[in-house]
Write a protein that binds this ligand. Sequence first.
Ligand code: UD1
Length: 468
Amino acid sequence: MEDRPITLSPSLSNTHSSSEEDKAVLQVSGGASLHGHVGISGAKNSALVIMAGALLCSSQDCRIRNVPALADVTRMGEILSALGVKLERQGDSLLVNASHIAQSKAPYELVSQLRASFFVIGPLLARLGVAKIPLPGGCAIGARPVALHVRGLQAMGADVQIDHGIVNAHLRGRNKRLQGAKIYLDYPSVGATETLMMAATLAEGETTIENAAQEPEVADLANFCRAMGAKIRGAGTNTITIVGVPSLHTTDYAIIPDRVEAGTFLIAGAITHSEISLSPVIPDHLTAVIAKLHAIGAQVIEDAPNRLRILPGYRHLATDIETLPYPGFPTDMQAPFMALLTLSDGDSVITETVFENRLRHVAELTRMGADIRVKGTHAIVRGVPMLSGAPVVATDLRASAALVLAGLAARGTTVIQGLQHLDRGYENLELKLQKLGANLKRLPSVEHLESPLIVPETTIAVPVAEPS
Ligand code: UD1
């Protein structure tokens, strides 16, 4: 059999990009054992929504601490700047001054790159009585509609129309403020809960959100709003009550540690059979992930407050996983956990219930020798004794983490393209892994690989669907 030089997965064609950064590749040499301690950054999803929440503060600077340096945070900053908000980075703090909001319309080019930026619709409407936000559109993991956000704002007295792809919202009639309302969400959407909770902080009267999302980032946003003077009860449960106040004041607030980053490092320890510790973490936020690690035979202990340690295991067993809203198993951990299950003994069934198109990493893991079949929203993972390094393409943020994890455990070299996804949500992932002893480095492009990669004839690139 004749070896041939590196070829790209067909799915790369979905990742058209001209920028130099997007050509970068991560070269991961598998097999190294990890050891040591890793610091966990602030939660991406908290940072993004709390930045939007800072729009509610009409007095001076809000200081948000523990803000990770991520591409998504930069984009959210660009959107706030486009609205006339002043931002300043000071170390891991972000100073946000929204005392003067010059614009009620967010630019399409920015919103289309970052779905979370749609969440500014709530605070903008509450502050200005008007907001024009382009529909964020689909993304690599699904259609991600905003009907729940829109219906909730309508219940609070907003007229909301969608014209030419722009959601135009303004206060109905002579109302000067949104009106408190009883809102039931058909699905506990994180973004809808956050949008409506932010809007309700400045509304007239009481709002209740039933079947609210219970994610820790929702509670974090509520704590931030409370620190600015908002009256919110029940965040973190499925019923949130907000009593509107006329205005909110400045605050100094530190966001929670990133539970998805922490979970990713626990899996890095498990998949390389290594002992590593991580902090700061809030172990309660990781209950579902730790339960599944225990189910496959991995040992995770809380050896100090806010610190977790994963102990080296010999072999792992299969387990079934179904993604669910919190406190269920998080969809954001599905791809990373799948990487681990590819090497566990037996058959695991992974069911993705939150996003309809979030199994695209299967094709790339298969390129590395994983045995996975997809049937609808189920992935049946048959554990194999070994993965082998291969050229692969990250199709979305958590898929990129899954490929790094698989690469750490694989025999040989894995070359990961599509790093713009990784950079959206992991702060210094390579550096953190290098400090733990992993052998990986970022190169400007495939042309900089030390030795040309070889793709064996038997490697099959499974075609994947275009993002919806
Ligand atoms: C947030 C997180 C994302 C995480 C997801 C689920 C941020 C910035 N992102 O995304 O990392 O994976 O929660 O935990 O916080 N839906 C509707 N109608 C709506 C809104 C949502 O049908 O109006 C559906 C979505 O299509 C999806 C499901 O609800 O199937 C969950 O989405 P949602 O909880 O809203 O996720 P996001 O807030 O976008």
